[in-house]
Design a protein around this ligand. Structure first.
Ligand code: ZN
Length: 82
């Protein structure tokens, strides 16, 4: 799994339909990739915050905003070193 694959899996994670097989690769990639750890940690916090306000269903508009936020965090993280 590459960083781009992890980003795609992260989108599924936001949708709440992550394949368990992907989860395993996901965790393996995370274990060895610090930038991804930082991004995923950020995203998890963001999701937790949103879920605190919206206990169950996330509206479509929120999904789009969350995805945009994920991409921005990703870009910010990976453009720093390169
Ligand atoms: Zn990575």
């Amino acid at each position: 799994m590459k960083c781009e694959d992890l980003l795609r899996a992260m989108n599924d994670y936001v949708d709440g339909n992550v394949d368990p097989g992907i989860c395993e690769q996901f965790e393996q990639h995370l274990a060895g990739c610090n930038p991804c750890q930082v991004v995923v940690d950020n995203i998890r916090k963001t999701i937790t915050l949103y879920k605190a306000g919206q206990p169950y269903e996330m509206p479509a508009a929120f999904h789009q905003r969350l995805r945009a936020a994920i991409r921005q965090k990703w870009k910010a993280t990976f453009s720093k070193g390169s």
